[in-house]
Write a protein that binds this ligand. Sequence first.
Ligand code: 8Z2
Length: 281
Amino acid sequence: MASSILRRFIPRKTTWMYGQRMMSSTIDVSVDEQTGIALMKMKRKPVNSLNLEFLQDIRNTIVTLEQNKKCKGLILTSDVPKIFSAGIDILEMYQPNEERLHNFWRALQDMWLQLYMTPLATIAAINGHSPAGGCLISISCDYRIMAPNYTIGLNETLLGIVAPFWFKDAMCNTVGYRETEIALALGKLYSTDEALQKGLVDEVVTSEQIMEAAQRKMLEYVKIPNMARAMSKQLMRQETADKLCSTQDSDVQNFVNFCLQDKVQQSLGFYLEQLKKRKSK
Ligand SMILES: CCCCCCCCC/C=C/C(=O)SCCNC(=O)CCNC(=O)[C@H](O)C(C)(C)COP(=O)(O)OP(=O)(O)OC[C@H]1O[C@@H](n2cnc3c(N)ncnc32)[C@H](O)[C@@H]1OP(=O)(O)O
């Protein structure tokens, strides 16, 4: 497989493998060696928000699965009822420690590059809400199946922040330029039905049927000769990934500078307050 995909260093190991099962405090993974399909369940309570360690865990898991010669496909889903992922852990950006903020953004970049470019076939079984970073994870998979009555989208502007260019690129590659332009400006969270209509997800099935549907679709993917499938994915995605690979350091610095602005801190504080108020209603 392309050296540009594989050359990145292997991160700190926090995910443990027991036979066909891998466990960490935030992820549960099992591999069916007969079908070559791995199932990864995110379980960082209460909302699978993406903090530094969780991002490293997700990336570690993908790297470990890539090294397992029997594994060809990965289904990503959530073990938290009604929430796929609430996106970035806002507490990583609010009143941050500057060094951790650097490391956090780097971990998000690295997780994204690993997931977006993995030679494994990937399917997101979106069994709950999937805003912002949750949407990024979903659109980085090869195929998306979503359960009804949830929301998905890049809602960053509602928090007074901006989706970085590589979120935007992944979204453009999924729903096109004009739809992305509208979605980003309005911080649009699509209902499941709207997401299907716009091509943000590929299939809608009930929550009860979602794992079966994901397995069925994955069997289609893993039947295709592995190298040809992985290379066609690379053909579609390498240019987008390279844009970030060539600017990773400046992207971290832009993010840190952006987050540390008083206005941004105020917006994040206000948004967190709103989340709490909504809860107490
Ligand atoms: C130049 C370039 C520049 C670059 C500039 C920077 C670019 C940054 C890109 C950002 C990407 C992102 O992902 S930003 C994150 C966007 N995410 C969101 O907007 C999701 C916000 N959350 C929600 O909408 C909801 O919580 C939802 C997920 C639907 C679940 O609703 P529920 O009613 O089930 O649960 P809640 O009661 O709301 O939440 C349970 C608890 O989890 C907390 N919580 C919820 N979401 C959270 C989150 N993302 N981070 C932290 N904590 C969160 C709540 O405050 C509660 O905390 P307690 O009260 O303590 O229990």
